[in-house]
Design a protein around this ligand. Sequence first.
Ligand code: GLU
Length: 922
Amino acid sequence: MKNFTRNVLWLLSFLGFQILCSSKTAVTIGVLLNDLTSQVRLPLNSVIYKKNMFDQNIYFTTNISAVSNSDSFEASRTLCDMMESYIGLAAVFVVDTPNTIPILESVCTNFEIPFIMTSWRPPVIRNPNQERALLSFYPESELFAAGLAEIVRSLHWSSFVIVYEEEEGLVRMQDILKLQEYRRDTKRNNIFVKQLGPGPDYRQLLKEIRNTTEDNIILDCKTENILPILLQAKSVHMLNLHNRFLLTSLNAHTIDFSVLNTTANITILRLHDPKTENFENAMHRWQLTEFENRNIQMQLDPKSIRTETLLFHDAILLLTDSISELSVTPGIETNAVSCSGNESTRDGFAIRNYMRIKAPSITLTGPLEFNKNGDRIKFNIYAVDIIEESVIATYFASNKSVLLARTGNESVDAAVSNLQKIKVIVSSRLGPPYLMARDPTYEGEVFEGNRRYVGYAMDLIDGISKIIGFNYEFQITSAYGSYDADNKRWTGLIGELLEKRAHLAVCDLTITPERREVVDFSMPFMTLGISILYKKPDKKDINMFAFLETFSKAVWIYTATLYLIISIVLYFISRMTPGDWENPHPCEDEPEELENIWDIKNCLWLTLGSIMTQGCDILPKGISSRMAVAMWWFFSLIMTSSYTANLAAFLTKANLEPEIDGAEALSKQTKIKYGVLAKGSTESFFRNSNFSVYQRMWLNMQQFKPSVFEESNGDGVNRVNSTKNAMYAFLMESTQIEYVVETNCNLRQIGNWLDTKSYGIAMPMNSPYRTAINRAVLKLQESGELGILKRKWWKDMRKESSCQKNSADDDDSGKLALANVGGVFLVLGVGVGMACIFAILEFLWNVRNITVEEHVSYWEALKVELTFACKVWISRKRTRTLLSESSSSSVKSDKSDKTDNRSMIHSILHSAGSFMNLENRP
Ligand code: GLU
């Protein structure tokens, strides 16, 4: 009934108009809408209005009806009503009722009425020989899927999740799914596919996606669901700087994303470019028509125009243009047709075919071309960044290629502007000199925020933030970052980045191949290598009697005992051997008695002289004594030679290099233990090394008990310091060693670097701001700022004083200090001292003997003997005493012939006599 009334009204108005424009042919266009207030009425009204105004031959009218998407039969009935109306239909448009399309298309094909569609539909298998009424202005589904895949490829996402709402979404994703591949680095596929649940709460699914640590999401859902889903994504922290969304809906541009207030990278797709003149003119015309026709003043927002509206515009314009151009052809006349009748007798496909090949005058959705089936095969898809509102890539269906619109610099600018909008979270770990707690300047001072910390890393980030212009906040984590195979997750700083709790990670974080597979690194800001931290040899107590250490105590004792024994044996041998009994007066041929000079004194003297390599003024003459002495000489030769050889080694031992001079030396022994920091890059260097020396070291390290894996570098340094006798070495990064040995004077680096690597600032994979960070690091490097920072934290800011480089120590290496040979001086001193004491005792004893012999007082004798001894110029001494000569009794002592008691006084007198020619006296 409703339909009938509407048709009657429409007929009356049409007849009225016919009277006015009786010279024009009337053409009716049927429009089936889901919603009668649909936006497509804007281009419909505008195009028809303009056409009727300027077309001389044709007068266009529209027959608009509402149809329900869920009731195909009702829709087909509505279409039949339209066809049966007085004037019939030139073409039928169907908008927003995808479920009714199959039946409506079949009716139109049957009665040769061009059937025009402006929305997506899955590909249909058709009989290529059957002529069809369809003309779809929406991109052909397979080409559209290929376009989506090309755009995804151009985004260079290494992995992503496809989230789709309805099954048909997977048809659009079919070419994207072909990008699936197994990634050996992450040991999983690069594409995950998830279907949105019934909603409206999608948070569970979003959390699942977040737990996969995947940042890139392709969302295929109804336009009206996009915003709720993104808001929920934001509530589960999936709308951060690292998150990237690609929305496949062609109406996503109508969404107001500002409510999200996000720095996430959201890319939408469009078929049109709202900045073109055609677009602006069309908008203007639509507003004008509404005003002129219905007196409605509209202010259209280009963002509010749906893609179907634009497609409708292109479709209605092409249709009306085609009809105008074909108006001379009788086939286009539209007559009423009955649905109950048989096939159409008119040539309705002519309009559709003409539209298919006609070049459109103006389009708002880019290039337009159809294949034989009436599917659109020429179109562009624009990928648009919603923050920048700029096209980042354009897909051209005509040649199936993508043109990247954004230059590298524009991308960097976009990333920088995003960075400037947020507080950048910098994850770091406490460890000197990279990050340390700030010392309070007065008791009870409390710091907040970044002021809590100081160090190289803080200064580095500060420098970068000033160049790029962002705010940052440091967050502390305990570990550097290693893969926990049990929990299948990364720990420490790397884990923070992967779980999106930080935008940057900075400290002495080494760039390693394993880490590079899961996160990005900036340019290196420091270069280093693994080296060995070892204790300097303890300064040994100086041993003045080091020369005695040449032989063991036992050897010394045996030698001394032998010396005595040999002397005694020699004494007896020489007494027994006839050769040593000599004539005391060689002038006497037949002496009455023989003399043996080898008393015990001489024997001791001979053996001593031999072992001291000095020889002796008297030597034995007997065969057996000579033999004994020869054996003693042989013994002495070997002993003194061994002593000389050993002495050199012993005296210079303190200055010798330590036994450990590098990794190879360490690896070859197990006495000195060595270790590394647990779960750091140094540990993984040894674990993964293919070099036999390092493999051996790794095996040793695992076997050492107690464990040699330290929790921190500080623990390693303490262990090296506190282990007695330098029995522990710590393999550490050279920059750290440099820092430690600057003030820890008893530690030092041993050997060369075992490898070469660098520290870098880590950030989540494919971070858009990586280039900006790289440029900033480069700038700091070029300006020398990095060098200044290194000096500041390695030297200038040290509280402990730096170790003095003791060049004297180095120079003296190899030379013996006085202390090393002090014992020899001491022996000489003591020996000579004892000799002097003996000399005095001998002297005094001699004086006593003179006193007894000469019957003079002891003091008198002493005075004379001393006086004589001091007269060093007198070198002869008389055997007779002065005292006896000068004594008042003038008694000539016959005891003066005692030659072995020659006193000094005798000597003086003798000297004096010779001086005064006393010898010549009679
Ligand atoms: N810099 C190392 C890392 O990033 C930690 C220290 C080490 O392993 O020696 O893991």
